[in-house]
Design a protein around this ligand. Sequence first.
Ligand SMILES: [Zn+2]
Length: 143
Amino acid sequence: MTTPPPKATPDAAPEAGPDAVFRRHLEAGEFALQQCGDCGIRVFQPRMLCPACGSDRLDWQPVSGRGRIHSRAVLKQRPEKGGDRAIVLVDLAEGPRMMSRLPDTPAQDIVIGMAVRARILQGEEGPAVVFDPDPDGLAEPSA
Ligand SMILES: [Zn+2]
């Protein structure tokens, strides 16, 4: 495993694939998603072509990081491995749905529809987008 440079410039190496560009944005502390220059949708996972219209005019734009919990699944783990972990699907305010987790929130406190806010976690395996509860976020009243 190679150690990424501490600071990277987004789009510094345009020949790299979209996953690498996404990762370089995260390494630079920016949560950015592609936006289609033709139909305007936001795209995640990173792609070469717009999944809606097939355009290759995908530009990287920062997103708000706001979203809501769409679903959650709890993985049972032994305490010595860190205890139960919740894997969530988050609907971002910009539209895309992404799989993530809430590293500082107990699994039982994660509720469907809960407002969350993205944070970039610079982990041992590279940067990752994780979420925290957002008390003044976009929550819809839960049923
Ligand atoms: Zn498009």
